[in-house]
Write a protein of this length. Sequence first.
Length: 78
Amino acid sequence: MKELKDALSNTILTNFTALDDRVDQFSELVDSNLETLRRAIADNREVFVSIVNKQADEGRNTHDNLVEDLEKVIDEVF
């Protein structure tokens, strides 16, 4: 009976140790993946802001050109 109890205790201890190791590995992988996701979001944010700024600049340029063309037309009419 004692041998069975010792074997069972060792098996339970081994299983808990393995479980702790796996939980630690899982935790490290989750932390790593979250850090990768954070960096990717930051990088994509910079790209998105760049695209929005480029579109805004193009819109301003188009507006300025339209205003200049309208002023020329007004000058020619008068």
